[in-house]
Design a protein around this ligand. Structure first.
Ligand code: S3P
Length: 209
């Protein structure tokens, strides 16, 4: 399916073109807890940037021929984590792209190093209330099925937030329309990549006959 590119102002278009140019073959890698909006924001960001979008969890499921819930139930978390590390290492060779990772992926030091080498990481940071509201809509996440979701989420926040904080960029994922967050991500990327200071990419002019 081809998504229609969103309509943007001239300034935004210029900014997005500069981001694309500066990225080279690097991937934009979204990290953060379950419910942070990595997939929803990632899809839209890819659309804005006219890049492909890859969801690491979907790729893991395709490689295993099983859902994540089934992988956890049949083989356990350690097996899932091993597959996750391998799949993400492979996906990172395929930039430029927008890559959304599962919430636990960035906790693996090898994966963190691979992301550093091949991409720009963005932590989509949301507060507990927002995360819980978003994850309550579906029940496909095995980590949240083992106990009270609020307790699990609080524990994960305490463990993971200090590691997520190593990301190249941090963008708050509030309860606002996704496009607002995508705009904030684009602004953060432009600042990080020095796009604001760059001359605009040359536009092809039509010859006047
Ligand atoms: C997990 C998050 C999930 C998925 C798996 C484990 C985690 O992805 O990878 O259920 O450890 O936080 P999302 O963050 O996309 O829900």
């Amino acid at each position: 399916m081809t998504l229609r590119l969103a309509e943007h102002s001239k300034d935004r278009e210029q900014q997005l073109a500069q981001i694309r140019q500066s990225l080279g073959s690097r991937s934009i890698v979204l990290i953060g807890l379950m419910g942070a909006g990595k997939t929803a924001v990632g899809r839209r960001l890819a659309n804005w940037l006219d890049l492909s979008f890859t969801d690491a969890d979907t790729e893991i499921e395709a490689a295993a021929g099983q859902s994540i819930k089934e992988i956890f139930a049949e083989h356990g978390e350690a097996y899932f984590r091993d597959g996750e590390r391998k799949v993400i290492a492979r996906l990172l060779e395929g930039g430029p792209q927008v890559l959304a990772t599962g919430g636990g992926a960035y906790m693996n030091p090898e994966t963190r190093a691979a992301i550093k080498a091949h991409g720009i990481s963005i932590w989509l940071k949301a507060d507990l209330r927002v995360l819980l509201k978003r994850v309550s809509r579906r029940d496909h996440r095995p980590l949240l099925a083992v106990g009270d979701p609020e307790t699990v989420m609080k524990t994960l926040m305490a463990e993971r937030n200090p590691v997520y904080a190593e990301a190249d960029l941090i963008v708050e994922s509030h309860e606002v329309p996704h496009d607002v967050i995508v705009g904030a991500v684009a602004d953060a990327l432009a600042a990080k990549l020095g796009c604001d200071a760059m001359p605009a990419p040359k536009r092809r002019r039509k010859k006047v006959q």
